[in-house]
Write a protein that binds this ligand. Structure first.
Ligand code: HDE
Length: 704
């Protein structure tokens, strides 16, 4: 190593001289074994396996001279870097993925031959990817948006992909409308904003002219689109599928995921602030939970029904803007999914995974839902453009874990080396080339199809408002208020008055009182006319299963509690709160003005998990504020401390305080109610922390 080249190298040189705990021989890229002189690290090589002597300096003609084109090491490294990104998904680009398993707990043998649904106790590996829809790959985790909920089951009979959402219905009834919907929701093409938001003109313009989306609009304006954690969302296969049994009989099925931690959402003001505090809020939450061994878990359930039952439903189950109320067809829990392993590499798995609703296994089949039918084409096509080759199934995350093989050959990035002369069938030249399996292979359900061909929408798809109304009327009063307020917020961002009015017109079919609240929130001077409805609005029985609040669990598991402390705080009180919160299943973080910690009343140092300015109360489900009088005084001059308690109160959270904490609340002008608890009453604090102080909301913000 010549002297003038050592700039920036000293660290590396030192490491290379260290002793090797793992032995000297390492497998370097390219598969060749290299001897490393006394080092603990594998040799750094080019992609051709050539060892690098210097990765800090490019090749120059002289110390101050030009860089030489001959530098193949520089060119290889930069070229690879230039090509690191692949086209991101046109939708669902931003996501969190994890490995895990599915375990069947009840057999569906009566209905299907699929082994994954009949072999009780079998654990099938899965990879699950939960996404937002509208934003790009680098967008934030917490916009108001639907969450994609895609599961790849690596079954013994091939891969089965259940590519669903956290909302059981969809915006549109026919796949041909999807590009328009997505163009309308994505950032507006002339200005390039807003990123991952529905609150803009083109989205609401499109919606106002698409009455079939009204049911979905109710769902997206509810707090379902503001999940507290990805571990606290439901998942739905959305479409009806078919199960086929050994006798060839078919039963319709809808698939559901139900979170073990129950449902929980944030509220809008909190969501906006979370976005500022931590853009990776959901990804980090999932990563931390898995790292801590708190594995996210869902129950898997089905709704089963036959054609005769379907004929009696007051809606068409092939219309993806409709759901089947649980009260009409109860859910049967048949298994569970546990996510217990974070990918080794985000790109390799979460980015390269290629789901396709067309990936199904023998014993499962499609329904005629026209949205599903269109999806069966779209996903393979999009993977070709994203991953660039028909061999994307060979990428480890996409490859089946059961034996597979056929006569498809060659193509870009072919990783296999099939031997022999035969790459076709039928053939008589090979003893062991793959053949059809009439008995075990995939069979489509033999469903007779009759009728006239045409670009037709079934008349049974015409009712666009009844289930939207049912959804709204099924909510608690708090949730109805949030829906109304969300509509006011979103439509207030819409510049075109006629679009605001058109939406309010639709709301009149859903519920007159909702339309009035939104019209008042927008200060419309007169109530817009409702558009003509294609079918009369039916009264349907409210379905409490559609609520979030009704599905919250009485637990602190998976929830987080923040304790704000400063110099002089009482260590015994902090310890007591911590113990009780952890005992109830919560994780606890200490927040202090300085990250190194605070000097407690007894002189000991309490380390902090987060610095106050970077750890606002929006990151917690409940907070405690334990302060000496002097620190309370100091912090009452600190905006971050004032915001900490004001936001906790404003976001309806339980707050435990000692005398100093109470003083900070007073300085922040924060009120008192049953959710503000003295720290001596730990039980009351824990009970209050398990819920939100819903009644408080009307005292902290103006709602529609
Ligand atoms: Fe998708 N959708 N979609 N979608 N979708 C994609 O495929 C499409 C629809 C869903 O984590 C794309 O690989 C069409 C409904 C999820 O990788 C694309 C239509 C539901 C994911 C595509 C729909 C979904 C996607 C983009 C109307 C819920 C993410 C990237 C017929 C049941 C999967 C990709 C992942 C992704 C097309 C409607 C869920 C372009 C044409 C309804 C969870 O192929």
């Amino acid at each position: 190593m010549s002297k003038e080249k050592t700039t920036g190298n000293s660290e590396i040189r030192r490491e290379e001289k260290g002793s090797s705990p793992t032995g000297d021989r390492q497998l370097a890229a390219g598969g060749e074994l290299h001897q490393i002189a006394g080092g603990a690290h594998p040799m750094l090589t080019t992609n051709q396996g050539v060892a690098l002597s210097d990765d800090q300096n490019s090749l120059k003609a002289n110390p101050h001279g030009p860089t030489l084109l001959e530098d193949f090491i520089l060119r290889e490294k930069i070229t690879h870097f230039d090509h690191e990104r692949i086209p991101e998904r046109i939708v669902h680009a931003r996501a969190t993925g994890a490995h895990g398993f599915f375990e069947l707990t009840a057999s569906l043998q009566q209905y299907t031959t699929a082994r994954i649904l009949t072999e009780v106790g079998e654990k099938t590996p899965v990879f699950t990817r939960i996404s937002t829809v509208a934003g790009g790959a680098g967008s934030v985790d917490t916009p108001r948006d639907v969450r994609g909920f895609a599961v790849k089951f690596y079954t013994k009979e091939g891969n089965w992909d259940l590519v669903g959402n956290n909302v059981p219905v969809f915006f549109i009834q026919d796949a041909i409308k999807f590009p328009d919907l997505i163009h309308a929701v994505k950032m507006e093409p002339d200005r390039g904003f807003p990123q991952s938001a529905t609150a803009h003109d083109t989205f609401w313009d499109y919606i106002s002219l698409t009455p079939e989306s009204m049911h979905m609009v109710m769902w997206i304006m509810s707090d379902r689109t503001l999940p507290r954690s990805l571990r606290m969302i439901e998942g739905f296969g959305v479409h009806s599928f078919r199960l086929i049994n050994a006798a060839g009989e078919s039963t319709f099925v809808k698939f559901h995921w139900r979170p073990k931690l129950g449902l929980q959402s944030t509220i809008w003001d909190e969501t906006v602030k979370i976005c500022g505090a931590d853009q990776d809020f959901h990804r980090r939450d999932m990563f931390d939970a898995i790292a801590a061994g708190n594995f996210p878990e869902w129950e898997f359930a089905v709704q089963l029904f036959n054609q005769e039952e379907a004929d009696r439903f007051p809606f068409d189950h092939l219309d993806a803007t409709k759901l089947i109320p649980e009260e009409l067809v109860p859910l049967k829990v048949i298994g569970r999914m546990v996510l217990d392993r974070w990918p080794n590499n985000f790109f390799a798995d979460t980015e390269q995974v290629a789901y396709c609703p067309g990936n199904i296994v023998p014993g499962i089949d499609f329904s005629n839902d026209p949205l599903l039918q269109g999806r069966l084409f779209s996903y393979i096509d999009t993977q070709l453009s994203r991953l660039g080759t028909p061999n994307f199934h060979q990428i480890p995350i996409n490859a089946p874990k059961c034996p597979f093989g056929n006569h498809q050959r060659d193509g870009q990035m072919q990783m296999e080396q099939p031997a022999g002369r035969v790459s076709y069938e039928p053939s008589s030249l090979s003893e062991n080339s793959p053949r059809e399996s009439p008995a075990k292979g995939f069979h489509s359900a033999a469903i007779p199809e009759t009728g006239e061909k045409g670009r037709i929408r079934a008349e049974s798809f015409a009712d666009h408002y009844s289930q939207a109304r049912q959804f709204y009327l099924s909510q608690t009063g708090y949730e109805q208020t949030h829906i109304a307020s969300a509509l006011v917020f979103e439509l207030s961002k819409v510049e075109h008055l006629h679009v605001r009015e058109a939406i309010v017109g639709h709301l009149r079919h859903i519920e007159e009182e909702l339309a009035r609240r939104v019209a008042a929130g927008l200060a419309l001077d007169k109530m817009p006319d409702a558009p003509a409805a294609a079918a009369p609005v039916r009264e349907m029985k409210p379905s409490p299963a559609l609520q979030i609040i009704g599905k919250m669990k009485d637990t602190l598991e998976g929830r987080a509690i923040g304790i704000l402390i400063a110099d002089g705080s009482d260590g015994a009180v902090i310890e007591k709160i911590k113990k009780a919160a952890i005992g109830a299943g919560a994780s606890v973080k200490i927040v202090a003005p300085k990250v190194g910690g605070a000097k407690l009343a007894d002189g000991s140092l309490q380390a902090a998990d987060g610095q106050l300015a970077g750890t606002p109360s929006v990151l917690f489900d409940a907070v405690a504020v334990i302060l000496s009088d002097e620190s309370a005084k100091k912090l009452s001059m600190e905006g971050a401390a004032i915001d900490f308690v004001r936001d906790a109160f404003g976001h309806l959270k339980a707050i435990a305080v000692d005398k100093g904490g109470q003083a900070l609340l007073k300085a922040a002008n924060v009120g008192q109610d049953a959710g503000v608890v003295d720290c001596s009453d730990i039980d009351a604090f824990i009970a209050a922390a398990k819920t939100r102080q819903w009644d408080r909301e009307k005292s902290v913000r103006i709602l529609a």
